[in-house]
Design a protein around this ligand. Structure first.
Ligand SMILES: Nc1nc2c(ncn2[C@@H]2O[C@H](COP(=O)(O)OP(=O)(O)OP(=O)(O)O)[C@@H](O)[C@H]2O)c(=O)[nH]1
Ligand SMILES: [Mg+2]
Length: 450
């Protein structure tokens, strides 16, 4: 049964990725909603992102789980690179450097290209043979420094983290007793990028290296400090669960295992390992919310375009009415003059009528031509500067999604407002809406059945 359900999950995942490729990606690219195919970040294997303070024990933990010394470890800030560590095909050990990796469509990292060469020089992939890494990849990250040192990296560290967090299925945030809570800025950038609905499910907080606490009181003090800092960062009073962990072998080496309090605090390292092994199951949940978030936003985007076109049409009709009214008045006036003998000989009704019609048509043409042209520019300027009028912002989620897309809508309209392909837009809106709702429903049902 388990095998069956894994296979079913696998098939469903493939189907969802295909839906994104066939329906969401082309539309996203067509309207400039995204610069890369939306399926590119979800194609690859499940990804676990490990981040936290420097020296909090990230690399030590990874080496332990992988069963080899893949990453360098040490007391000072050791590593200034992002390393994707994954299983190798046929046991080949391989390394791949940043720029090649960012440009390879087989990997989901195209989105990181925007961080430039300086970042690429700090990005690499290592393939190692390890049972844990057969279906998943782990990303080891440079430890967080304080915010002053953070500025010297040459790329925007927090934005890189945020982009990686969008690709990741599980995010492990690590602290240690010496620095329990100095990651405020990084935390906030995660918070802003991940959709609210998935934020809590996808993130695990770990207080690591607890064997180094002096005694139980010291541990409580550190734990309390971390809770306080987390609640400040989260802006809430209920603290997420924090796993406690330490490296058994290091503790033994350093004679820390004798500490009494460790007997009362179970090492949750193995639970952390279980969570990492479980990442493929997180993938389905991640996919479902990925599809919902982008599906909703794309629909929101297209709805705004439809709204713009409606206003444009109304504007055009108003001017046509005006043109007809003014042309009629002018024509009537000309006819009156002609009929009464001011323009031509009196009594030549048919010539007067022809003359009046001709001048009326000219007037209408002038109004719908150069005058409308100037007015239309004014209309467009007005619409673009008051772009929020194009959408209904009655709920918080509409607000959030609009905050993400309004700039993109504006730049699309800026280039295309004169010839919006409205039939296509409406068709795309229908297709995307149907496709994403259908897929999200299927994914939610599958998740529910677990
Ligand atoms: N006692 C003890 N020491 C640990 C533990 N985990 C890591 N260490 C030590 O802490 C130091 C930092 O560990 P790393 O794994 O290099 O930490 P990191 O988070 O990867 O650090 P950066 O890569 O610099 O961000 C190393 O000297 C490790 O030996 C632990 O659980 N207990
Ligand atoms: Mg490290």
């Amino acid at each position: 049964l388990a095998k069956n359900s894994t296979e079913h999950g696998e098939a469903l995942r493939a189907e969802l990725v295909e839906m994104v490729q066939d329906y969401l990606s082309p539309v996203a690219l067509r309207y400039g909603y995204s610069q890369i195919g939306l399926d590119s970040t979800i194609r690859w294997r499940p990804l676990i992102l490990i981040l936290g303070n420097y020296s909090s024990g990230k690399s030590t933990l990874i080496n332990e789980f992988v069963g080899q010394k893949v990453q360098a470890t040490g007391q000072a800030p050791t590593d200034d690179s992002f390393t994707v560590i994954t299983g190798s095909v046929g046991g080949v050990q391989d390394e791949r450097e940043g720029w090649v990796l960012l440009n390879d469509p087989a990997y989901p990292f195209e989105i990181l290209k925007r961080h430039g060469q300086r970042f690429a020089a700090h990005f690499r992939l290592k393939q190692v043979s390890s049972p844990l890494l057969q279906d998943v990849a782990i990303v080891d990250t440079p430890g967080m420094l304080d915010s002053v040192a953070e500025r010297d990296r040459g790329y925007h560290y927090q934005e890189v983290l945020a982009d990686l967090a969008q690709i990741a299925d599980l995010i492990v945030v690590m602290f240690d007793p010496h620095k329990a809570g100095t990651i405020r800025e990084s935390y906030q950038s995660l918070r802003q990028t991940l959709p609210d609905s998935t934020f809590e499910d996808r993130i695990i907080f770990v207080l690591n290296r607890i064997d180094e606490c002096e005694n139980f009181t010291d541990l409580l003090r550190v734990y309390g400090t971390l809770c306080w800092n987390l609640s400040q960062m989260i802006g809430r009073k209920d603290i997420p669960r924090i796993m406690m962990s330490y490296s058994e072998s290091l503790a033994k080496e350093q004679n820390k295992l004798a500490a009494d309090f460790l007997k009362f605090v179970p090492n949750e390292r193995s639970r952390l390992l279980d969570a990492i092994k479980d990442a493929p199951r997180h993938r389905l949940d991640h996919l479902a919310s990925y599809i919902e978030t982008h599906g909703e936003r794309i629909c929101h985007f297209l709805e705004a375009l439809v709204q713009y076109q409606k206003r444009q049409k109304r504007f055009w009709w108003q001017h046509l009415m005006k043109a007809v009214a003014i042309a009629s008045i002018v024509a009537a006036f000309v006819f009156g003059l002609a009929w009464s003998g001011v323009l031509i000989e009196a009594g030549q009704n048919s010539i007067a009528a022809i003359l009046a019609t001709a001048i009326g048509v000219l007037t209408a043409g002038f109004w719908m031509g150069p005058i409308l042209h100037a007015k239309r520019r004014e209309f467009r300027r007005g619409q673009l500067s008051g772009i929020d009028q194009l959408t209904d912002l009655s709920t918080q989620s509409r607000h959030d999604s609009w905050a993400r897309i309004s700039g993109l809508v504006r730049s699309y309209l800026d280039k295309n407002s004169d010839g919006l392909p409205i039939a296509q837009i409406k068709q795309d809106l229908r297709d995307v809406r149907n496709a994403y709702k259908r897929s999200s429903k299927a994914a939610r049902e599958a998740l529910h059945q677990r």
